[in-house]
Design a protein around this ligand. Structure first.
Ligand code: 2AM
Ligand code: CA
Ligand code: CA
Ligand code: CA
Length: 264
């Protein structure tokens, strides 16, 4: 078992580094930008090309593995049996297009639905956050510390400003109170990076009312391996086959947000 996961981990890291090189090289070329669900929901030729790159590598090296990817080059999955790679080729496409930074490649590898390997690669900073179930979480070559509880009053919490305004997905008023009572709020525009920052202790919590499995698969594995907690906004486990709300935080912070701000 160990040898098998060593091999998967080595290939995953090699492909992620190669994907990073391709993405950085793309800065010199002209982007093709299209919209998806709405005018602000962007996708580029690079998002698609990078997902196709992972799909081709995984199918060649591990033909019995399955792939779920944002851009549709994976397999139509109805269950999580066997080994499943959940991939977001570029998380934070708007940042990629507008800023050429603050975006990430995100990958989670699951065995029968249990997270085994997690990766979030900040392409421009050249920072790879990665975790292996039961063995720890690292930033490039350095191990990350185990997450410890802190009070909300000393917490820095990541939340998109959209969710602090009146919106159709959730009651924003408890979140406004949370934002006021926290030490500070941040919004980076890449769910995968925000989850990696929680795993690294740079953020104390991150929340969103709607993410897809490829947004959180890699980051969720990082946080759980670091001793943090990831659930939906009701405190229930995440479903890897559909959209979810997400609350990811240090252990005590997670409990306090659920109890004081989210329970009705
Ligand atoms: P993406 O860049 O891969 O699309 C901020 O927009 C964060 O929310 C990003 O991680 C983004 O992932 C994610 N997200 C999820 N659903 C989205 C949508 N419909 N439109 C834009 N971003 C979305
Ligand atoms: Ca997208
Ligand atoms: Ca995403
Ligand atoms: Ca994406």
């Amino acid at each position: 078992m160990t040898a098998k996961w060593d091999e998967i981990d080595q290939w995953a890291q090699q492909w992620i580094r190669e994907a990073g090189e391709r993405i950085r090289a793309s800065f010199a070329e002209k982007l093709t930008i299209e919209t998806k669900a709405n005018a602000n929901d962007l996708v580029t030729n690079v998002d698609r090309g990078i997902e196709q790159f992972f799909a081709a590598q995984i199918r060649r090296r591990f033909p019995d593995h399955h792939l779920l990817g944002e851009e549709g080059f994976g397999d139509p999955l109805e269950a999580l049996d066997g080994i499943v790679w959940i991939i977001d080729p570029i998380d934070g496409t708007m940042n990629f297009v507008h800023q050429q930074r603050h975006f990430a490649v995100s990958i989670g590898v699951f065995a029968d639905g249990v997270g085994q390997l997690g990766y979030v690669y900040d392409v421009v900073a050249d920072e790879l956050y990665w975790a292996r179930k039961g063995q720890g979480v690292w930033l490039n070559g350095a191990p990350l510390s185990r997450l410890r509880p802190v009070p909300i009053a000393e917490s820095v919490i990541a939340v998109n400003a959209t969710w602090l305004m009146e919106n159709r997905r959730l009651d924003h008023r408890p979140l406004v109170r949370l934002a006021k009572e926290a030490r500070g709020t941040r919004s980076y525009g890449s769910a995968a990076l925000e989850l990696a920052y929680v795993a690294a202790g740079r953020l104390d919590a991150y929340l969103s009312p709607r993410l897809s499995p490829w947004d959180f698969a890699g980051g969720m594995i990082l946080i759980e391996e670091a001793g943090g907690v990831v659930t939906n906004l009701n405190g229930a486990p995440l479903d890897l086959l559909g959209p979810n709300s997400v609350l990811a935080a240090k252990p005590g912070v997670h409990e306090e947000i659920l109890r004081r701000y989210l329970s009705r």
